[in-house]
Write a protein that binds this ligand. Structure first.
Ligand SMILES: [Mg+2]
Length: 174
């Protein structure tokens, strides 16, 4: 059975949307992902507003109510029947997130379980056939096939196969 590593933030969970909502709420702004993609200047302005609020990622509860990425539940459930699935999240930077991420996974992907959930700092030492991740740093030293999950912050990356949605991952791997 081939093994797939699946990232949580911005792959299973729409963490960018939660951050966007947090920035909008705290700065009385109306940013959307589409707006950020459309204009570099707006993206820079958004980053300036986000940086002073970044400490909130360490707050208790931040990772507990992240919205699900569209179609993630359906496609992961199908992949689970065909592949060995591990959730791999670089979460140890955020100590409070560890229990919250386990609870979140229990809500939406209860069949994966703690035995197949890996919380780490770096991912390069973990071996598998595929990794689905939104960050280039997690794909560069990976020995299997890296699939870059499309995100506002990775539009400029061209070195890896891009997947734009969970439907696309289903078409590719099922
Ligand atoms: Mg991620």
């Amino acid at each position: 059975m081939q093994r797939i590593l699946i990232d949580m933030d911005d792959v299973m969970a729409d963490t960018s949307q939660k951050i966007l909502d947090m920035v909008n709420d705290n700065t009385n702004s109306y940013y959307t992902k589409e707006l950020l993609i459309s204009d570099l200047k707006i993206r820079e302005e958004y980053q300036e507003k986000y940086q002073p609020l970044r400490y909130k990622l360490w707050d208790k509860g931040f990772f507990r109510d992240i919205p699900l990425m569209p179609d993630a539940q359906e496609v992961v459930a199908k992949l689970y029947k065909k592949y060995e699935i591990f959730v791999v999240s670089a979460a140890t930077e955020f100590p409070n997130s560890l229990s919250e991420k386990l609870e979140w996974l229990e809500d939406y992907f209860p069949y994966i379980g703690w035995t197949h959930t890996v919380f780490c700092g770096h991912k390069w030492m973990i071996r598998a056939d595929y990794i689905i991740d939104d960050h280039e740093k997690n794909l560069v030293n990976f020995q299997g096939k890296g699939l870059l999950f499309d995100a506002v912050h990775n539009k400029h990356i061209t070195d890896f196969q891009r997947v734009n949605s969970w439907k696309e991952i289903g078409d590719l791997l099922l």
